[in-house]
Design a protein around this ligand. Sequence first.
Ligand SMILES: [Mg+2]
Length: 335
Amino acid sequence: MANLKSLGEFGLIDRLSRKFKHQAENTILQIGDDCAVYSSSKNQLVSTDALVENIHFKVSAISPGQLGQKAIAVNLSDIAAMGGTPTRVLITLGISKKISTSFLDQLYKGIHKTCKLYGVELSGGDTVSSPESFFINITVIGESRKGKLFTRKGANKGDLIFTTGTLGDSSLGLKISSNKKCKCSSQSRKHLLDKHFNPTPRLKESRLLARSSLKITSMIDISDGLAQDLHHICKQSGTGAVIYEEKLPQSPAFSKVCIDNKLKHLPLILNGGEDYELLFTLPPDGVKKLYRQFEKAQALVTHIGEITQTLNKVSLVRKNGKRETLPRLSGFNHF
Ligand SMILES: [Mg+2]
C-alpha cells in the first residue's frame, strides 16, 4: 500500500478520483483543469456541508466506506429538500496524520458508490493536511426546473403537514450501535443501523412532488429533528403548526425496540435528527392526488398535522388529547 507521503497531493487526487467516470449531461470540462466547466439554462442549487471528526463522527464508530456514503447522501438530501436533482459534487479532505491510504481508498469507495447510484459527477475539490482531526467537506450542485423550486417559506394556515418515510430510526440506530445489551432482533438492528449509517436521500419522492401538479407550499429535509425543522418552516412562513402524536410514522423495528428496551419514543422522533425524510406542506385539496401518486410509486407518505396561524408556535397533541408546546432549538446544536 502506497503511503500518502510518497503519493503526494496530485498522486493522491489522481488515485482517489480515477474511478469516477460519470459525466453530467451539460459538462463542458471535467475535473483535472483549474476549474470544471458546465453550462445550464436551469436553476442552479448549491449547498455545502462539513463533517469533522469527533464533532460529527468518530472514526471508531463508523467505517470509512459508510462515512463516504453518508457524507454524499446527506448533501444530496439538501437538494431533494428543494425539489432539485443533484448533478455534481466537490470534495475537500482535511487529512490528519493518523489517516492511511487504505482509509481514504475505503472512504472514496463509499463516495463513488453513492455518486454512481444517483448519477452525480465529481467535479473537483482539494486535499489539505489537518493538524488534529480529519474532516471532509462536500459542496453539492443540483438543478431544478424553473417554477419548481420548493423552499421553507410559503406554508399557509390550513395547509396539511406531511412527512415521507418513518421517523426516529436513525437516532435509535445511533443509540443501539454502541449498546451491546440492546434487546433487538438482528433484523431490527440492521434496519435501524442502516437508517443511521446509510441514509437514503429522498430524491425519488422529491422528483415525484416536483413533477406533479401538486401545489407544495413549503419543504425541508429533516436533519435536525422533526420539531426543529418544522420550526424552520414556521419561522420562514410566518405561521405555527400542530402535529399529532398518534399520526407520527414509526417503523415496526423502531416501535418494537423502543418497547422492548423501555425507551421513550417521542424524544427520538421529535429531536433525534438525521432522518433525512422530507417534511412538506400542501393545501387540503391536493391530498387525494398526493396519496395516489405516492402509492403508485410505492413510496411512504404520512399526514402528521396542520399549519396554524399562531406565529412560530409548534404544538404536539398527545394521545391523551393534551396539547404541549414544542420548544425551538431542541435538535442538534453545534455550538
Ligand atoms: Mg437541509
